[in-house]
Design a protein around this ligand. Sequence first.
Ligand code: J2J
Length: 514
Amino acid sequence: MSGEYTTWPEAFAERYRAAGYWTGETFPMLLDRVAAEHGERTALVGTGLDGAPLRLSYAGLRERALAWAGALRELGVGHGDRVVLQCGNRPEFAVAVFALFRLGAVPVFALPAHRTAEITHFVAQSGAVAFLHAGFEENAAAVAGRVPTTSLADLKPVDGDLPPGPAAADIALFQLSGGSTGLPKLIPRTHDDYAYSVRASAEICGLGPETVYLCVLPAAHNFALSSPGVLGVLHAGGTVVFAPDGSPDTAFPLIAAEGVTMAALVPPLAQIWVNAVHGHDLSTLNLVQVGGARLAEPVAARVDPVLGARLQQVFGMAEGLVCYTRDDDPEELVLTTQGRPISPLDEIRIVDDADAEVAPGEEGHLLTRGPYTIRGYFRAEAHNRSAFTADGFYRTGDLVRRSPTGHMIVTGRAKDQINRGGEKIAAAEVERVLLEHPAIAEAAVVAIPDDLLGERSCAYVVARVPLKGAAVRAHVREAGLAAYKVPDKVVFLDVLPRTPVGKIDKLSLRAKGA
Ligand code: J2J
């Protein structure tokens, strides 16, 4: 797939190998290793595709993954083929992922919330050969004219020899960008780089065979998949317990029943858990990771005392860089910072609008480069020119400052995005859909503050004829966008405020909502 994405220059690849970060271990090799080492230990727990409780050992996971790889191969899936995967939190998610990995096929990690508009885009943008899903019939119907669709429930295991697995430098998977422009970009992650971030994350978080991880965020999301997430727990020989959602009613009984030791949450869930803990036994829980959006300090301060588990702040992105507060960080840093990067070879630059480095401790744009941060999106040459510097730093779009200890404090955002409790909305994607409505002349989507979610979305609309907010929202839903992208609030204006150069003045719109 050369020419379709930018990879690391050889000198950097050499450095990452020499440092022992890129080991050459692919995900199929990882599965072979843990199946040999932990064979009968429980790898996965959850509700199976048939609705019945399912527990899989490491040996069982490997056996099923190979049998599904055989089945997918018979369907024509092979090395380098992209397959859009949409599956909720259940053991078969991991089985399907390792089946694709084994063939060298490349899963495109759709989230359960994605609907027909997003799935259609992922299929087209990736050039997928198949849509593989568990119960997403409407989405399957929407793309059926373009690609074969297969329900995981219909896969018949096929035993037998498989072709050689992928190489460590191959793309292992596509994550999806939260985006700030029109449509989500595909993020190509190699076995070498992703596996490094997973192993290093597992080590930072102290994972081992005794770890029992409750997966409440969508397993396909980078946080729950790799920080250290499902893959990190499997690397370490622990157990992943899949929860269909993160509500206390679902999660707390699972924590008690399975002896869960750690969970990863977004800030609104952390707040909900802290408020709902009364009368529940969460005594086995010893680590609660919170990330994906800014965690308010008063909530941070309650996590350890109320849940009885150490708090870890996580600031990461599907493009690469992940920061963690550490076990031995002073409490002050754990409560007030978003941690420091995984790797000694993560390079951080904090710059002003002209790309000049700011003084230490000052706020600026975060740029980063390193052993698990991509050098370019897939098939997005024009966008890559602005999303990366000439020397390969990724422009995160985040505003940060750095403490003298090297910890990152996320102070704001320069990208045109709404972070709705960890779910990212690219303003331009929603605006484009709004402007397709015949009665909408102008539209601008911005964040407004929200006590629980941190931010919600507000669409400012100039209508040609009288229109109701409900009709605007319905239009976005009918366009097939994920529900979290439907504007929470619609405000009609006679004109949108403009900057002196004539651009829509989003700063003043945001100030209206504040
Ligand atoms: C403020 N903003 C944050 C935090 C992410 C681990 C954890 C999270 C993600 C993720 C991830 C934040 N405080 N603690 O991939 O592996 C915002 C930033 C960032 C964007 C990335 C992981 N943690 N953010 O959230 O690709 O704006 O990844 O650039 O979904 O979320 O979003 P995403």
